[in-house]
Design a protein. Structure first.
Ligand code: NDP
Length: 607
């Protein structure tokens, strides 16, 4: 067995490989995604919006529009901003929440903050003239920025909040989408942009007995401050006499647990798989640095980060944080052969996770707790986390880690949580159990889409989607989708959203300018795009996570169904995907789209 020297520590790659395998096998379960419950039926109360006054009503609308945007998170807002900038003003934005913000509307749990640097994560900083107050801004600041974008680009007057699409049909005679909503609206839109979000559908673990719990419980994305007291940045004073349990130790829990630990009388953290938690080193924005920024700085910084975390060379590392350290591939890029590059990359991953484990040992005083908090998997198997108070929270006398050794919570009773046959009594149970990420597109949206000939998108995509660039699909004219499906993925996800929003607005604007009534991709263009995705798999940027511990990143460790396989995105890296879209737009040919024209002038609307 060979040992690899790294600074002071030596490790054996073989031993780590075996340990990773063991930890993965411990966690594999045959029910995969079916282990989770969505927030409907018995669990519908979990989905209620705690941030709005109950009893909201408004008159139903009947309107003709150029564009309907579904979703008021970053994706939908950016699409709307780009539409306005292109001179398209006849649009509505439908949003389930009571305001703009999407993720940042819903996720108000204590400690919520962006985990990617705010100077690259928060969009439109140059257009709005806003500079975040910290390197990693907290949720209320990001939510306020969303509201500022809403005001500055006059999006509020187009918004229909607390509203969800109920039905969406292509009306062949009108050449429009006919959309009805939960508020009784009847909207006839020439184009629909769907920006439904990738993590908007919260899930609960299907733990036996979950419905019998008689204490108070909620999901992290519906934080109940009426119960806990306090707010996202102030002490939860009402927990001072409460025993609180939190189920889950993913990226959300890592941010929330220090705050629960600081306020609850007793906190039990129920863990199935530990997160890897690196150094955060948040800091206030340096005013002197701000003064040095030149026009175009944000785009440059965003691209620099995306290049580095895609394993591409860059002259400088502008962000210089845990992410760019984790993805630093200088060593493997210098390798003399692809095989050597893979070997060096794997060794670097082992070394970086050894550092993460050493950090746990250095901070957490109880050796048993420290061992249980050490993650044994490759860095990207779970969303890497960065936090400076999380690990130290387990040194508090009122905080207990209840490690389930990969098995998960056994049972929930009316009074508490059972692990290894022992009941932990709690007054309040917080589910930090995450969101549906993969899975049927329309099920996640919450409505089906019926295109030409009444064909349901759910049926059409039963064995997987067919698209051009992940954004348009044959049989669904004038429908533009902003999603992960057959598009691309990025650590800084807003980078991709911004490009997709730009692309959607370009298509709509071009159609309106050129008198195009409908657009949809040809069969051939869809097949070619799938071919492009398939050949991009050779480029080595793909991360299937087959050897990872189960989680949403690898379909819970099970062989994915055809529908998920066919959803795969472009694997040549985020920047290449963006270049494909940009070059396609630059040519101006609208290549691969089938167009029908009308003599009618550009439509006008009121919103
Ligand atoms: P995750 O899906 O990452 O975590 C869910 C947690 O619940 C996991 O620890 C999981 O364990 C645990 N769990 C599930 N079932 C059980 C069970 N039966 N018993 C015990 N534990 C269980 O959800 P999060 O909300 O934490 O994060 C989702 C994503 O949101 C992140 O990956 C990230 O992309 C994003 N996020 C982004 C932030 C940002 O700042 N931009 C901040 C927070 C989140 P196991 O790992 O074993 O499945």
């Amino acid at each position: 067995m060979s040992g690899t020297k790294t600074g002071e520590a030596a490790f054996s790659p073989e031993a780590l490989r075996a340990k990773y395998r063991l930890e993965r096998e411990k966690r594999l379960r045959s029910d995969g995604n079916a282990q989770y419950r969505d927030l409907s039926g018995l669990y519908a109360d979990f989905d209620k919006d705690p941030y709005v006054e109950p009893g909201f009503t408004r008159a139903a609308l009947t309107e003709k529009l150029d564009v309907l945007v579904v979703g008021g998170g970053f994706g939908g807002m950016l699409a709307a901003v780009r539409l306005r900038q292109a001179g398209v003003h006849s649009f509505r934005i439908i949003e389930k929440g009571g305001d703009f913000g999407g993720t940042w509307y819903w996720n108000r749990y204590p400690g919520a903050a962006c985990d990617v640097e705010s100077y690259i994560y928060m969009p439109l900083l140059e257009e709005t003239g806003y500079i975040p107050t910290e390197k990693y801004a907290k949720a209320p600041e990001i939510f306020a920025h969303c509201q500022q974008i809403g005001r500055q680009f006059d999006l509020y007057k187009a918004a229909l909040f607390q509203t969800q699409v109920e039905q969406m049909d292509w009306d062949e005679s009108a050449q429009r989408w006919s959309v009805t909503t939960t508020r009784g609206d009847k909207l006839a839109a020439r184009f629909v942009v769907i920006a439904g979000g990738i993590m908007h559908k919260a899930k609960l673990p299907g733990i036996p007995g979950i419905e019998t719990f008689k204490g108070h419980s909620f999901h992290t994305s519906r934080w109940d401050y009426a119960y806990t007291g306090g707010g996202p940045t102030s002490r939860m004073t009402r927990l001072a006499d409460k025993r609180v349990g939190i189920i889950g130790t993913g990226a959300t829990a890592v941010q929330a647990i220090p705050h629960l630990g600081a306020t609850a009388r007793q906190l039990y953290v129920f863990q199935r798989t530990p997160s890897g938690v690196g150094v955060r080193a948040n800091q206030p924005t340096d005013e002197a640095w701000v003064k040095t920024l030149k026009p175009g700085w944000q785009e440059e910084r965003i691209r620099n980060f995306t290049a580095l975390v895609s394993g591409l060379p860059a002259e400088a590392d502008l962000v210089r944080d845990g992410w760019t350290y984790l993805f630093d591939s200088t060593e493997s890029r210098r390798a003399e052969s692809p095989e050597k590059a893979v070997e060096l990359h794997q060794l670097a991953n082992f070394r970086k996770m050894e550092e993460v484990r050493a950090r746990v040992a250095a901070i957490v005083k109880d050796p048993g707790t420290a061992e249980a908090l050490k993650p044994y998997y490759d860095p990207l198997c779970k969303r890497p986390c960065f936090h400076d108070e999380y690990l130290d929270t387990f040194n508090r006398p009122n905080v207990q880690l209840v490690d389930t050794d990969g098995k998960g919570v056994e049972r929930i009773t009316p009074t508490g949580v059972v692990v290894n046959g022992k009941e932990y009594e709690v007054d309040c149970l917080v589910y930090a159990s995450g969101f549906e990420v993969t899975g049927d597109y329309t099920r996640k949206l919450g409505f089906d889409i019926r295109g030409r000939g009444g064909k349901s998108l759910r049926d059409a995509w039963a064995d997987g989607p067919s698209t051009l660039h992940g954004m348009t699909s044959r049989g669904y004219p004038n429908l533009l989708m902003i999603s992960l499906i057959q598009s691309s993925w990025a650590i800084n996800f807003v980078h991709i959203l911004g490009e997709q929003a730009q692309h959607a607005a370009y298509l709509i604007d071009q159609c309106l300018k050129r008198g195009v009534e409908t657009l949809e991709p040809t069969e051939q263009a869809q097949a070619q795009w799938w071919g492009t995705i398939m050949s991009s798999l050779q480029k080595g940027h793909v991360f299937g996570g087959a050897e990872c511990t189960p989680g949403y990143i690898n379909n819970e460790g099970l062989q994915p169904p055809l529908s998920v396989i066919r959803s795969a995105g472009y694997a040549g890296g985020t920047l290449e995907f963006i270049d494909i879209l940009r070059n396609w737009r630059k040519s101006g040919e609208l290549e691969g789209l089938e167009l029908t024209h009308s003599a009618a002038p550009r439509a006008t609307g009121t919103a």
